[in-house]
Design a protein around this ligand. Structure first.
Ligand code: SAM
Ligand code: SF4
Length: 335
């Protein structure tokens, strides 16, 4: 008898083992590339997943092969029941990680330890207080920077995410890399991506190629060491000879890594997105609340996953506001 296809395998044979769960649509920062200036229409609280629902949905994915769960948002740490969520998810056989802006992360060191959470991605787009304030619309630079040092001191595996924007922070690429001389962290430069309301245009984006040109101007070929990327890694990883940390470029725009994509996303209101760039969503929460099995919905959503960037397979399509504007703002997807 023919064995049925695993429900987390898509039509291109990609196995999905990594689930990103957005816990909240709200945030204590207002990054302009993530949240439209006028804010976003928030989902009423009763339509957001409770911690029990998060656990039930996550367990279904784990039962079908998910081995990694990343919590994100909005800002996941401003959700009041985050300790309970972490505790529940830590009881599953998965590697847990979190992406945070780190403004209040110092309050969670013990909670992370108690739940075996070791991998933390922190967003930081500038090493200057005034520019941090300009992009996030909040004056929290020092708090975030001190918290990054605290996480490193406490032995966490820290990655720093910096979204690069031309004329704003592309002159800080080398300063960010120099931070890794003494700090054992990985800086990840992210190509600015288009989402609803974030005023994206191709000219603002700094490409992988442009990052590497700046790196080659500052360091010799001998000093720049290409590292082996982990399987399903979305980044191209490098280090500078003698440096404790590393850096990487996440080139979703100019060099998408869709071939090896193993990610699925669950929004805070219980919608499954089969791709970050896809405007279509599958409603797991309503089915769960109606007492129905969510497995058929998951299977159908995974099967429907398109080959490249939710169908925006060329740069021309990606630049088309009619296409990327149908998607949510990043703050309500969960990066
Ligand atoms: N609040 C947390 C934080 O900032 O780390 C988690 C949520 S945030 C949406 C997750 C990641 O998405 C951040 O690293 C952020 O820089 C990234 N992001 C948001 N909008 C983006 C965009 N337009 N292009 C590229 N990355 C983006
Ligand atoms: Fe908040 Fe993170 Fe979006 Fe900035 S990138 S507004 S910190 S969710």
């Amino acid at each position: 008898m023919k064995k049925s296809k695993p429900i987390l395998q898509d039509g291109f044979g990609r196995e999905h083992t990594y689930l990103r769960i957005s816990l909240i649509e709200r945030c204590n920062l207002r990054c302009s590339y993530c949240m439209p200036e006028e804010g976003v229409q928030l989902t009423p609280r009763s339509h957001l997943m409770t911690y029990e629902e998060i656990y039930t949905i996550a367990k279904t994915f784990v039962d079908h092969g998910v081995t990694k769960i990343r919590l994100t948002g909005g800002e996941p740490l401003i959700r009041k029941d985050i300790p309970v969520i972490l505790e529940k998810l830590a009881s599953l056989p998965v590697e847990l990680s979190i992406t945070s802006n780190a403004v209040i992360i110092d309050r969670f060191i013990d909670t992370f330890r108690a739940n075996g959470l070791h991998n933390i991605n922190v967003s930081l787009d500038s090493l200057h207080r005034d520019k941090f304030k300009e992009i996030t619309r909040r004056d929290n630079f020092q708090k975030v920077y001190d918290n990054i040092l605290l996480l490193v001191d406490e032995g966490f595996n820290v990655k720093l995410n910096a979204v690069l924007m031309k004329g704003f922070n592309d002159n800080e690429i080398i300063d960010f890399i120099r931070l890794t001389k003494e700090l054992p962290i990985s800086i990840r430069f992210i190509e600015f991506m288009p989402f609803d309301g974030n005023k994206w245009n191709m000219e603002k984006m700094v490409s992988y190629k442009e990052v590497m040109e700046k790196v080659r101007e500052a360091f010799s070929e001998k000093e720049i060491i290409r590292l082996k990327d982990a399987p399903n890694d979305t980044s191209k990883n490098y280090t500078i000879e003698g440096y404790k940390g590393s850096f990487a470029v996440i080139s979703s725009v100019t060099n998408p890594f869709c071939d090896s994509c193993n990610r699925l996303r669950l929004t805070a209101n219980g919608q499954l997105k089969n791709c970050l760039f896809s405007a279509s969503e599958s409603d797991l929460l309503t089915n769960l609340r109606a007492g129905k099995s969510i497995e058929p919905v998951i299977k159908k959503a995974v099967e429907a996953k398109l080959k490249i960037r939710g169908g925006m397979d060329t740069l021309e399509k990606l630049q088309e506001p009619k296409l990327h504007g149908q998607n949510r703002s990043m703050i309500t997807i969960g990066g």
